[in-house]
Design a protein around this ligand. Structure first.
Ligand SMILES: Nc1ncnc2c1ncn2[C@@H]1O[C@H](COP(=O)(O)OP(=O)(O)OP(=O)(O)O)[C@@H](O)[C@H]1O
Ligand SMILES: [Mg+2]
Length: 360
């Protein structure tokens, strides 16, 4: 054992207490303390002593070792500091990352809101220009006593006001606040009723085919708005096939389990799907991600308002369903509306229509 005088004074009490205990119990003595070197600096030592006993079991003497553990202790301390620093760095990075994510989310939200506000302002501005222009001309004509021409401008102003109402309607549809008049609807019958209009709207270059599922479940939905949505999808399909192609309107019954429902943002259960597919240009993932956004359009100015799909999306959601896009560039697109199966009785009218539809 080193001389007590060489021991670091602050380590002395602990070392002494342990030594007393070891003596008392006759057990291995083990402790760590600092010992002063000739140059006055201290180094850490691991000190161990083992009692050697005689035949009668009494302790004869102690054999001990002093191991310099200064560098090991320093390394351990350095490691601990390093670990703490690392932990601190990870914490900082995580906080930074979370802040960056929040900023991104915020800027994406602001971009969407900006797009919406800009689109709205632009469209209403055009409409207002139409109304106020007509009113101005009318007031001039009245002042000149040329009231015979007023009708034309009156109609112009009323047409613009109607467009404004239509725009408001689609915006309300997107925000899921339109007044809906849901009724039990057989979608096959609805599609058949629309077929003439669809064929005329898409033109002769596009072949229209329907595939209505037999025994299609009834849904509970606003039929007028569903027709609107279907027409919107068909017009989009037409625009994606400038050189002609094939448009298919398909209905089917869908049992959505937990996973299938979650993928479409729905509750699990029974749904009817109405899908419009085309053999057109298709959409890249970026367009798919934004296609439902109000005022998002890739069409030239004046050709698309970018409200067609947002109306479809809002309407499907407000009806307890969902809308989804499946598309690949160059492989065409399919847009599906999922509507919940109607739990109540099938409307007599629907059954009658179904009978008509099923007739050869
Ligand atoms: N069937 C489709 N094939 C390819 N791209 C499509 C299809 N349907 C929609 N898109 C893309 O999604 C965009 C948004 O569609 P949406 O119907 O909302 O607006 P729009 O057709 O451009 O204008 P609007 O319908 O108001 O006249 C389109 O501009 C187009 O880029
Ligand atoms: Mg459209």
């Amino acid at each position: 054992m080193s001389k007590a005088g060489a021991l670091a004074p602050e380590d002395l009490p602990d070392a002494a207490a342990r030594w007393t205990l070891a003596l008392h119990r006759g057990e291995v003595y083990e402790t760590e303390f600092r010992i002063r070197r000739a140059d006055g600096s201290y180094r850490w030592f691991l000190v161990r002593s083992v009692p050697v006993r005689g035949a009668d079991g009494a302790i004869l003497r102690w054999i001990g070792t002093n191991t310099d553990i200064e560098s090991a202790r320093r390394q351990a301390a350095e490691l601990a500091t390093l670990n703490a620093e690392l932990e601190e760095q990870v914490k900082e990075r995580t906080t930074e990352l979370m802040a960056a994510e929040e900023t991104l989310r915020q800027s994406q939200k602001m971009e969407a809101v900006g797009q919406l506000t800009g689109g709205l302002a632009h469209d209403f501005n055009n409409i207002l220009a139409g109304i106020s222009g007509s009113l101005e001309v009318m007031s001039t004509r009245i002042a000149q006593g040329r009231v015979g021409e007023i009708d034309r401008y009156l109609n112009g102003a009323m047409g613009a006001a109607k467009r404004a109402a239509g725009l408001t309607q689609r915006l309300l549809a997107f925000s899921r606040r339109q007044t809906l008049d849901p009724r039990p609807v057989n979608i096959n019958a609805l599609v058949n009723g629309m077929l003439d209009l669809v064929v005329r709207s898409v033109g002769p270059e596009i072949e229209v085919e329907t595939a209505g599922a037999a025994g299609l479940w009834t849904t509970f939905v606003d039929p007028g708005q569903l027709e609107n949505a279907l027409l919107n999808l068909c017009i989009n399909a037409r625009d994606a096939m400038p050189d002609g192609g094939k448009l298919t309107i398909e209905t089917s019954n869908r049992w959505m389990d937990e996973r299938a429902a979650r993928q479409r943002g729905l509750q699990p259960g029974q749904y009817v799907s109405l899908c419009v597919s085309d053999s057109g240009t298709g959409m890249d993932p970026d367009v798919i991600a934004r296609a439902f956004d109000p005022f998002f359009t890739t069409k030239p100015i004046g050709q698309g308002t970018g409200l067609g799909l947002s109306m479809v999306y809002g309407f499907a959601g407000q009806s307890g369903g969902a809308a989804r896009i499946y598309s690949e560039i160059g492989k065409g697109s399919m847009v599906c509306i999922y509507l919940p199966r109607h739990a109540g009785e099938t409307a007599a009218e629907d059954e009658a229509l179904q009978a008509v539809n099923d007739a050869p």
